[in-house]
Design a protein around this ligand. Structure first.
Ligand code: XMP
Length: 325
């Protein structure tokens, strides 16, 4: 019978046998798949694993720091922090079109990944948190005709990107490829991955960059980060985090008139996007209590400079998507 513990033992054995004394690279995003994989590989091969965390500057408030602290200080997993905020924000400066934004961020990611993996390498293997649904539907890999091994041509966290360059090819390690998301969470739990990651709500690879409509700049990123933090804090406090598929803030690049004290304001609106869903394919806007909406709205308008209005998105998917870009 299949048990999580048996799976972990077997996966650890297989990885050790396959890797021998070689080195493995893993692009860590902080999501449940790559984090579970990092914990599993760390258990199997210890310091032969190098994780690379690329800070694009589009994560939520405090997340990069939190992630590094957790992995490095608390669990002693080798993580290379790559500060690339200026590169990414420079690359998408002035870009309006959502697909264009995604594409540029994806390409920049591959470029940084390439440079850094050469600097830190060489590595024989690339570990990816590919899950069973990814295996079925994607062409992210090629099979090497000689060895029958799967070869990485793309980085999982950026589906919409072109391929890895030809001279940067790794043999793939994908211990989670037979698992569904729920099973990955169980594996994570059984190897001591903290609940905050096990239960983390999905977060898109391009991050906050696709939650600011139109051109992204530092001012808007700071506003959105502060608003997003308030949404997270209040959803957590209300005990709703695990009942909700995703809860986040979106910044619209228009301004409206408001009044604060005896001052007229002219500032951005924040959209609250809070949905329930089974798998992200369809979703329903969440019927959170009005009182909770009020708390979130008051806090955002009072605490976040540059925002004077909060609206609630009552569009289900379809016809709306979960993200706004
Ligand atoms: P949509 O907006 O298409 O989102 O309804 C469905 C789910 O996918 C996530 N999402 C992404 N994840 N890279 C990702 O890794 C992306 O570019 C991306 N776009 C959307 C979204 O957060 C939701 O969970």
């Amino acid at each position: 019978t299949w048990t999580t513990e048996a799976f972990v033992d077997e996966a650890v054995r297989e990885v050790r046998a396959r890797v021998g004394d070689k080195r493995v690279l893993l692009a860590l995003s902080g999501g449940v798949d790559s984090s579970t994989l990092a914990f599993l590989l760390h258990r199997a091969i210890g310091s032969q694993l190098t994780c690379m965390f690329i800070d694009q500057g589009f994560m939520r408030k405090g997340e990069p720091e939190r992630l590094m602290k957790l992995f490095k200080d608390q669990f002693h997993i080798s993580v290379e922090y790559v500060m690339a905020r200026e590169r990414f924000i420079g690359a998408i400066a002035g870009v309006d079109d959502p697909e264009q934004k995604r594409k540029i961020i994806g390409h920049e990611f591959i470029r940084v990944f390439e440079e850094e993996s050469k600097r830190l390498g060489p590595f024989d293997y690339l570990a990816q948190g590919t899950l069973y649904p990814d295996v079925i539907e994607s062409a992210d890999t090629n099979v090497d005709p000689k060895t029958g091994e799967r070869v990485a041509v793309k980085i999982k966290s950026h589906h919409n990107v072109g391929g890895l360059p030809k001279d940067l090819q790794f043999k793939l390690i994908e211990p989670l490829r037979k698992l569904f998301k729920d099973e990955v969470r169980n594996v994570g739990r059984s190897i001591d991955l903290p609940e905050e990651i096990v239960n983390r709500q999905p977060f898109p690879g391009p991050g906050l960059a696709i939650r600011i409509l139109g051109p992204v700049d530092d001012e808007k990123l700071n506003i959105l980060r502060d608003a997003d933090l308030i949404v997270r804090q209040e959803i957590n406090k209300a005990g709703l985090y695990n009942d909700i598929w995703q809860a986040f803030a979106v910044l619209l690049p228009v301004r409206s008139v408001g009044v604060m004290g005896d001052q007229r304001t002219y500032a951005y609106p924040i959209v609250l996007r809070i949905v329930s869903s089974e798998d992200g394919m369809t979703a329903d806007w969440a019927r959170i209590p009005y009182d909770l909406m009020e708390i979130i709205s008051n806090r955002i308008v009072n605490e976040v400079d540059g925002v004077n209005r909060v609206v609630y998105d009552i569009t289900s998917k379809p016809p709306g998507t979960i993200e706004w870009e």
